[in-house]
Structure formats: structure tokens, C-alpha cells
Design a protein around this ligand. Structure first.
Ligand code: CA
Length: 241
């Protein structure tokens, strides 16, 4: 099992939650003090005061939970393709309506990049994330964490978050931001200048809430080596062609 595989794997015993009134309550993992839960008084204030939150609403409307432990990249791409209104295949089980889901994402062109069977076993690298996106009519600019300074990273991502109709996916090592534990992929939805924090809409919603993370910590987390590719993780800027 490589590092990526460890990533999104669910922790069933922790996820089952507390037994209340004969039922079960969803229970995400606790956050370390370096992270701020979006669903808190401070977290909400950071969003309201953000001057780079163009992507928050379109992404939150499309927010999905990854359907298995290795599908963080697929769930993230589904959100972005739907937010960009990319022409989509028929929705599985719902005739006449077209939208991307984690079940119809892999068309023939995407399967030439990597198959869903392999992704289900081991996730995907940053390059595969970019390649899969470009199997659809979008432009994906891939940046490896080891190739950008903190200032470059912050400037590129903030600029995107101030613009409509383009989005940021980030591929980072959870451990670096003090989460459990491996590589992960999710969309970035906003930036708060006063606290220098980015908002990650974490697609493993059974595991963690959306969090505000310091730009420097996220930059450190994308500059980690993915053992599958031997290269650093990073981020992808996605826009319509
Ligand atoms: Ca944007």
C-alpha cells in the first residue's frame, strides 16, 4: 500500500459516531488547533470577510462526498466540471438529465489516462489528475509544490479565487496540516487575507469538515513527495476552454 492509498481510507469505527436515541450520529474526526472549522463562528467570519471567494458558491452547490476511500480526485473533478457547466453525460438512473457523477466520470478518453479500477485501488497522482481533467474540454494547469515558492503559490491561487468560472484543486499530504494522514485531493474555495488562510472543501465529508488552513502549511503540504510518482504533490488551475 502506497502513501496515497492510506489517504482517503475511511475509519469505520470512528465514523459510526455516537449512539443517540437508538440511532447513529455522523461524527467527523477532531481538528488540531492549527485548523479552523468552517462551521464555527470564526470560520464563518473568515468567509464573510474573504475578498477571494468567487468560487465558494458554485463549488458548494456541487459539493459531493467521495464515494470510496480513493476517489477524492474523482469527487473533486466532478464538482469542478459541474461548476464549469461542462457538457455532461446522462445522469445514472435519472434519464433526460445530464450531470457529472462519480459513476459516469470515466468516459473512454478518461480511461486512456487511468482506469477507475486502478484509481479505486491507489488513487491518482497530480499528473493523472491533470490528464483526467483534460480528457474533457477544460484547461488544466498543473503546478508541482516543489516548483513554486510560497508567494507564487499564494498569488496563483488567490488570483483564481477572485475570478469566476475557474477553479483550484489541491493535492496535499494531510499529515502536514495535522490531519489523518496520507495524500488527498479537494477543491479550494476561498482565501482570507487577514489570517492568510485558504478554505478547503474536503470531499471526504464523512471524515473532516471544510477547514481554513494557513497558506504556508498548505504550501508545505503540497511540497511533499508522492511515492507513486516520485514527484511533489501540488495544485491544478482548471478553466473552460
Ligand atoms: Ca475561480
Amino acid at each position: 500500500m502506497n502513501v496515497f492509498q492510506i489517504i482517503c481510507l475511511p475509519l469505520p469505527t470512528l465514523l459510526l459516531g455516537l449512539s443517540l436515541a437508538g440511532g447513529l450520529r455522523a461524527q467527523t474526526l477532531p481538528l488540531a488547533e492549527n485548523l479552523i472549522n468552517l462551521n464555527s463562528t470564526i470560520g464563518e467570519e473568515l468567509l464573510i470577510e474573504s475578498q477571494a471567494r468567487q468560487d465558494y458558491l458554485p463549488l458548494s452547490i456541487q459539493f459531493v462526498t467521495q464515494r470510496n476511500g480513493a476517489y477524492c480526485g474523482v469527487a473533486s473533478m466532478v464538482m469542478v466540471l459541474n461548476a464549469l457547466s461542462v457538457p455532461a453525460p446522462e445522469t445514472p438512473g435519472i434519464a433526460k438529465y445530464n450531470t457529472f457523477t462519480q459513476d459516469n466520470f470515466f468516459n473512454a478518453k478518461a480511461r486512456e489516462v487511468i482506469t477507475p479500477e486502478i484509481v479505486s485501488r491507489q488513487g491518482m497522482t497530480l499528473a493523472e489528475l491533470g490528464g483526467l481533467l483534460e480528457s474533457y474540454p477544460v484547461t488544466a494547469q498543473v503546478y508541482h509544490g516543489g516548483d513554486v515558492t510560497l508567494t507564487e503559490f499564494r498569488n496563483l491561487v488567490v488570483k483564481n479565487l477572485q475570478e469566476p468560472n475557474n477553479f483550484v484543486l489541491v493535492n496535499y499530504l494531510r499529515k502536514t496540516i495535522r490531519q489523518e494522514i496520507g495524500g488527498h485531493i479537494s477543491p479550494v474555495a476561498a482565501y482570507n487575507q487577514e489570517t492568510d488562510r485558504f478554505l478547503i472543501l474536503d470531499v471526504s465529508r464523512y471524515k473532516y469538515p471544510p477547514v481554513w488552513v494557513k497558506a504556508e502549511e498548505l504550501w508545505q503540504a503540497i511540497a511533499t513527495i508522492d511515492s507513486t510518482s516520485g514527484k511533489t504533490r501540488g495544485f491544478v488551475l482548471v478553466s473552460s476552454q
